[in-house]
Design a protein around this ligand. Sequence first.
Ligand SMILES: [Zn+2]
Length: 452
Amino acid sequence: MPTSSTSAQPPTGPQRPADPRTPPDPQPPAGSRTPGGPRPAGAEHRRAAPDRGRTLLGPALALVHTGRAPTRSALTTALDVTRATAGAVTGELEALGLITVDSRPAGGGRGRPSHRLAIDPAGPVVVAAQIHADSLSVTLAGLGGSLDKPRYLPLPAATDPVRMLRAVAEAGADLARSTHRRCLGIALALPNPVTEPDGTALAALHFSWPSGTPVADLFDEEVRRADFGPRARTPLPSAVANDANLAALAEHRHGAGRDARHLLLVTSGHRGVGGALVIDGRLHTGSAGLALEVGHLTVDPLGRPCGCGNRGCLNAETDPEALFVAAGLTPDPLTPLFEQARSLARSAAADPPDPVAEAAVAHVVDRLGLGLAGLVNILNPDRIVLSGLHLDLLAVAPERLAAVVADRCLWGRSGRVPIVPAQVDHAGLAGAAELAWEPYLQDPQAVPTGRA
Ligand SMILES: [Zn+2]
């Protein structure tokens, strides 16, 4: 429920639009669902002049959350408001228990020191969770992109979606009861496509879930059944989304994608390849949440069979198994394939390099390059972030990968797109945290005051 505080004053003077290269106002990501929860502030809301001061709260919190406004002076500039307005806005965010405002002199600087802004370390948390191919992970996350050390749990023996989602909800509830901080939401990253806006899981091949499982509704039911303790918001807003989409959101706000306007993320985890696109701070998810299924881009028509029924998809040609096939090696069945593939890729850059690994990396990098070139020609990103096994391939063969992409791009080497490694640890979890924070970044006054 919004608070009744109205301390933020409307600004005076003309307002210029914020610099689009540093969008202060994160847009709702895919899968954002807040049943019974706050309504995101819409564009029409933002136009209403009398609410201007209030509607600056979201953009202001987003700027502090993403590290773009470490001082009140930086915030004043980024929002293009008066000092008085910035002071009112930061005062309100501080009163909501979301940020701290430190007015003590930092020392050393000349002129009037600006108040330093930071996320309140005692402020609220959300639960971030992720279902992986072979485990589930869960953690608490504060604003500012900070995550506690994730807790990993084995997947329940039965792959029934309700059991799996119950295990996630209960693990999250356990963490929420263990903290003295208020818990304001929970979000879950899934390794399969999730439709929008209804939140059904498609092609959940890892778990043999029926296609069309209403995962968002089932998860919300399990969250409502679990005991999140006295400091959690009731009912606790829940959300689910695809893990690659969430990883891209986390990289855009806190990692290698910061300040990119058209950020393409491509990743290979335990199995298959995922992709996501963030345009001006907003995830591009298509008409039904299913855009950027880059894994089924054909990069070798005569290549290996893919689960989709075709041959030579990026999935089948550049995932961990593909690297082993290219090397003519058989992975150890008792060790996670992803870790073995990373190790095999890195041995191509050992001293001396392993020639078998070198050849396998070259083979897979060439196919990854073909896939990226196709995506660059279609999407024209200004940055590509690679994660998972692709991050290791980039580290081992950066020149080769860049050359394959440039050779196949319409603009050739003059249009070379920076290809950089992902930076955010546990990016799926970090992205799930972003999803859970979204309603509050849109409208900080949705944060319940006092004891939730
Ligand atoms: Zn395919």
